[in-house]
Design a protein around this ligand. Structure first.
Ligand code: 2GW
Ligand code: MN
Length: 295
C-alpha cells in the first residue's frame, strides 16, 4: 500500500491505498461516499504510482473486442494509440477477441508487451456481440490472464488514447464515470428501470460507462461472471436490459462498490464540447459510423 505524504485529514477519509491530494481539485467531487478516490487530473503524483508498480512487477492485461467490421475500422488506431499512452513503462498483454484472428493488424509493440488474438463467435445481433464479452473475458481470465497479469482493463474498441492513461488508474476494482452523465442526477441515469430484468435499479451512485472497467483479475472475473449470469437469467426470462451489459455492470457496481473511480477525463466525448472540469483528455470516443456498422 502506498503511503500518503501529506498527513492531512482528508487523505484518511479517502481510500488509504492511494497517493493523492483530494484538496487539489475544488471544482469536482474527489472522493465517493464509500471513500474511493475519484481520479481527476492534478490529484495524484504519477511517478509515485509508476515506481510502486515497477517495484511490484505489475503486469496489465488489456482486453478488447473487434468483431466484424469493428476490426478494420477501429482496432489499428486503438492499438497504436495504446502503445503511445497506456501503462507506458509497464508490461502489457493485449487480448484481442475477434472472429478474424488473421486480420489483426501488426503493430510495433514496446519491449515487454505482447498481443494475442482470441477467436470468438460472431453473433447475429450486435447486442449479443456486446453482451457475450462478459463470458469471453471470464474464460480468458481462467485460461490465460490469471497466470500472467495481476490487473485487467476491459475496453471498447471504438475509442482512442490521446493522453497518458497510466498506473494511477490501477486498483482493486475500477469504474469509469460516463462522460454524458457525470453532472446528472440519479433519476437521469439510464439505468435499467424494468423490474423484470436482473439489472433493474432505481437508486444508484453514478452512471458508469462499460467502455472501461478493470481491477485485479480476481475482481474482474467476479464482475464479468456476475454480469454474464444476469444476462443469461434475463434471456431465460425473455427480457433485455436497456443498455445491455452496461446496465448489468451498473447494477454490479451498485452492489459491489468500486475501490477507485475514474473521472471522464479518462474517456471524453469531444462532441460534448468544452467543459471546465476536463483538464486533460486521456481517451476520446472515436467517431461512430452507425450507418455502416449498425443497421
Ligand atoms: C456494436 C453495436 C452495433 C453494431 C456493432 C457492434 C459491435 C461491437 C461489433 O460489430 N463488433 C464489435 O466488436 N463490437 C464490440 O462491442 C466493440 O469492442 C465495441 O466497442 C463494443 C461495444 O459496442 P459499441 O462500442 O458500438 O457500443 P457503445 O459505444 O454504444 O457502447 C456502450 O454500450 C454497450 C451496450 O450497448 C456496451 O455496454 C459498451 O461497453 C458501452 O460503451
Ligand atoms: Mn463504444
Amino acid at each position: 500500500h502506498l503511503t500518503p505524504v501529506y498527513n492531512f485529514q482528508w487523505v484518511f477519509h479517502c481510500n488509504e491505498e492511494v497517493y493523492f491530494a483530494p484538496w487539489s481539485r475544488w471544482d469536482v467531487q474527489t472522493c465517493t461516499s464509500w471513500r474511493a478516490p475519484i481520479m481527476w487530473n492534478e490529484m495524484f503524483e504519477k511517478a509515485i504510482y509508476d515506481q510502486y508498480h515497477v517495484e511490484k512487477d505489475t503486469s496489465v492485461a488489456l482486453t478488447v473486442f473487434a468483431v466484424g467490421r469493428y476490426l478494420e475500422v477501429y482496432l489499428k488506431e486503438f492499438l497504436t494509440s495504446a502503445e503511445r499512452h497506456f501503462m507506458v513503462g509497464l508490461p502489457v498483454d493485449y487480448y484481442i477477441f475477434t472472429d478474424a484472428p488473421h486480420n489483426v493488424p501488426t503493430v510495433q509493440l514496446a519491449p515487454g508487451r505482447t498481443l494475442r488474438a482470441i477467436p470468438v463467435k460472431r453473433y447475429e445481433r450486435w447486442q449479443d456481440i456486446s453482451m457475450m464479452r462478459m463470458k469471453a473475458i471470464t474464460e480468458a481470465i481462467d485460461n490465460l490472464i490469471s497466470t500472467r497479469n495481476q490487473y485487467v482493463f476491459c475496453m471498447d474498441v471504438d475509442q482512442v488514447f490521446v493522453g497518458p492513461f497510466g498506473s494511477e488508474a490501477l486498483g482493486d476494482s475500477v469504474a469509469l464515470l460516463h462522460a454524458y452523465f457525470y453532472k446528472s442526477s440519479v433519476t437521469e441515469y439510464t439505468y435499467d428501470r424494468n423490474p423484470k430484468s436482473v439489472a433493474y435499479m432505481n437508486d444508484g451512485d453514478y452512471y458508469y460507462h462499460a467502455a472501461v472497467f478493470g481491477g485485479t483479475w480476481q475482481n474482474v472475473r467476479n464482475i464479468t461472471e456476475s454480469c454474464h449470469r444476469g444476462i443469461k437469467t434475463d434471456k431465460v426470462n425473455d427480457v433485455e436490459a436497456l443498455w445491455h451489459d452496461e446496465s448489468h455492470l451498473n447494477k454490479y457496481f451498485w452492489l459491489h462498490k468500486p475501490s477507485k473511480v475514474l473521472s471522464p477525463e479518462y474517456l471524453w466525448a469531444s462532441e460534448i464540447g468544452f467543459s471546465y472540469e476536463i483538464h486533460v483528455r486521456r481517451m476520446i470516443w472515436a467517431e461512430k459510423h452507425y450507418g455502416v456498422l449498425r443497421d
